[in-house]
Structures are given as structure tokens and as C-alpha cells.
Design a protein around this ligand. Sequence first.
Ligand code: BES
Ligand code: MN
Ligand code: ZN
Length: 502
Amino acid sequence: MEFSVKSGSPEKQRSACIVVGVFEPRRLSAIAEQLDEISEGYISNLLRRGDLEGKSGQMLLLHHVPNVLSERVLLVGCGKERELDERQYRQIISKTINTLNETGSMEAVCFLSELHVKGRDTYWKVRQAIEATQDCLYSFNSLKTRKAEARRPLRKIVFNVPTRRELPLGERAIAHGLAIAEGISTCKNVANMPPNICNPAYLAEQARILDNDYEKVTTTVVDEKEMEELGMGSYLAVGRGSDNESLMSIIKYNGAGDDSAPVVLVGKGLTFDSGGISLKPGAGMDEMKYDMGGAAGVLGAMHSLAELNLPINVIGVLAGCENMPSSNAYRPGDILTTMSGQTVEVLNTDAEGRLVLCDALTYVERFDPEAVIDVATLTGACVVALGKNATGLMSTHNPLAHELLNASEQSGDRAWRLPLWEEYYEQLESPFADLANIGGKGAGAITAGCFLSRFTKKYHWAHLDIAGTAWRSGGKDKGSTGRPVSMLTQYLLNKSGTEQGE
Ligand code: BES
Ligand code: MN
Ligand code: ZN
């Protein structure tokens, strides 16, 4: 897909399709107004006859509008002008792209990027449009023998900006949007890959591909033997029931020389979570291939970061592992010694994510990080609490939590903070070990966060529970969402001090 920005008037465009907005009730946007004038009231006539109310997402495709050079005009309902917010803007763009893809227009000039969205500038509108477009056009069909190809797919899209002065801003937005979309697509591709292909070795291979493709990236892989030497007893226990070796990939991106403390991203990489001996019920168990969504998100963010070439240091860790039942598997009742030295009583082998992450979180102390953010499909309880809309954010460091919340606001990749108050820690007490791996009834997302926080005392830390946001369940729509790549990348953009206009 080819993107560009332009500043020009609609009547001068010679394109397969031009896209303009109509507000509710039947009110032309400024650009639609211009088209209406040169077409001598053709569009306002249609509206008067009731062909389009302007409700958000309504579409009306016109051919051969009088005096208009473009073959088609797509009128897009944008709802009430004063209510046009970020979410609605993104939805309108997505609908537009889907419609364009079906009309047979292989190129389009889109004026929706000129609509007024409360508190958002041209950079934001163009970048969001790019991300929404790429999200719409994504499909995972590498394992289908017969691929469904669109007949005349959309190839080229021009987003219009109001003034020539804003062209550089628009171009910067395209570059950023494409880099982020690329990371999102990487995330989706690995996350959607089935667990017989995507195992910990596959994750490590993807990490090595980044090393090959980018000068500033160096990847190393920690195998079980090395984990043994490091005393990662908890991580190793989880993988023991699987024939697939546990592998932890370390992706180092050096953009700021060797003296600058890195941001570390740690992703839960359970390439399949059967629950282990505490086996999960059968229904929907296939979706536990997405239990490596955290690792996929970290890989995607590292890809975007490398593409953006940001002047910061970042280390991505993919904690690859598979949780299976077998005669060699770890069991409820086992007491594990973690790399930190703390002991953990296993009460449920399905609470495995925290057991893998706690050792990975201890491992990353060696990097003297400026901040550590772990990303994990950690608890079903988080899905109960926040549904599929918001990622659960927990942190023991307020400034870091706020930076992440800001990034989520800016990117539209929503997160909501949950507390880690002292009183919740009691739920993790064990009669036999330093702590138990589950916290019993109530606040399951929080007690999982509390568990991790016992291993993150040496640095500033935040935890993102993406159990509800990493993928869409069920029928045809099933698939990875690519979240939270855009939130993480926004956070890194902010950290690097890269201004929108730079
Ligand atoms: N990977 C799951 C969490 C999960 C479940 C994510 C459903 C998305 C959808 C995690 O390893 C798990 O099994 N957690 C248990 C914890 C429980 C045993 C305390 C859960 O949430 O049920
Ligand atoms: Mn589990
Ligand atoms: Zn899991």
C-alpha cells in the first residue's frame, strides 16, 4: 500500500475516488460543500432527497458527479460534527477503507483527514488513518492453500491536509504510521501462527530475523542449560512438561550508545498454555496459542522501534515456553526456587505466566534498566474486570504508570490502571513457601500483578495485562489485534523526545 499527503482542493483531483465527509443531519463538510458548488448542487440535492443522513459510518458511492474530474465520489457519514471524537474518527476511516476496497477503486484521495477531531492535529489524524488502514487490510492467509484476493484492491491512498504548511507534519505522520503498522503486523503474524509452528524456537527465530534486518539490533538466546546455571528454577519448571525447549530471546536495540540506561520490555511467550496438570477445559483451548501475545507485542514494538531508528536503548525479552501436562510436568504442590532465591508454592499449574515472568524479571536486573515493562496475557480475571477494550496497567512507580497512560491516550490503544495496594499481598501467603502462585478468589489480575512486583524491587516497573486485548475470540473475526504495539511504540517515541514534526 502506498500513502502520500497532499494539500489541494477536491475539484482539482483526478482520481478513481475522492472521499469526503457528511455530518448528521445532512450537513456537508467544508470540502463536500466545495464539490457541491462545482457540481451545481448535485450533492445537496441527493441529501435533500434523503439518500444520506450523515450518521456515523453511512456510505454513499456516487459515479460521474457533474464537473468533478474523479470517477467516483464517496460520501462518508461522520455523525454529529461536534461529537466527532478519536474513536469515531478511527471507525470512520476503517469503514471507508473497507468500502473503497469493495468499490474497485485502486486509488483514492481522502479528505477525511481534514475533519476536525477534538484536540487532535494533522499529525495525529494522518497517523491514525495510516494505522487504521493497515489494520483493515491485514489478513493472515499464509497457511491457506487458496488465498482470497480482492479483485481490484486498493493500492494507493492520498490523505489531504488543510494547508501546504502542514505537509511535513503529514509526511512525518506517514513515516511513523507505517513503522508502527509494520510492528503491529509482525505482532499479528507471530501471534496468529499456530502452536505447532510457533514454539519457543520459532519465537527465537523471529528475534534473530530482527537482528539480521537491522544494524542496531543484536539478538541472543538463553537456552535451558543456561537457565539451569542461572538458577531460573521457576521458568524451567513450567516448560518441563513440554518437548519444546524453553528459550528466552534477548533483543538489544542500541540507539543511544553504551552509557544510556535501557528501557526493558519483557513479553510472556507461552506458545501454548494447556494449563499443564491443572488442565484447562476443552472449549476454546485453541486460543491459548495466543498466550505468547506479550512476546509478540514486544517483538512488534522492537520492530517498530528499529524502523523508526529512535535514539534510545531498548531491550526486548521474549520469554518463550510451553505449558503441557506430562509425567515430567511440574505439579500442584511443588515448591520452586526462583532465580531471585524466593520460593514459590505451586497451587495451580495454570498460573504459569507469573512463574516464567518472575525469573525473566530477575534476569533483566543485569541491564540496570531505566524502566521495565512486562506485557502478558496473564489472567482471565483481567478480562472479567476490563473486558476486551482496555489493557490492565499495574505499576509500583507512579511516573511510569502515567507515562504509559499518556501513551495509551495518544495512541488510542487503551489502558486502565488497577491498584497494587499492600492489603492484596496477603492473598499470596503460603504456609510452606515464601509465596503461593495464586491468590484465591477475588482480584485475580491484581494478585498476579502483586506476585510479579515481588521480583521487581530493583527498578521502576509496570505490568500490562493484555489477556483481554491481545486477540479477538470466536468466529470469522478471530485474530490477533496487534495490541499493545502502538501504546508501547508511542511510549518509546515520547521517551526518545522525538517530536511529531521532526
Ligand atoms: N494465559 C492464562 C490467562 C488467560 C486466560 C488469558 C484466558 C486470556 C484468556 C493464564 O496462564 C491462566 O491460565 N491464568 C489463570 C490463573 C488462575 C489459575 C489463578 C486464569 O486466569 O484462570
Ligand atoms: Mn495458564
Ligand atoms: Zn497462560
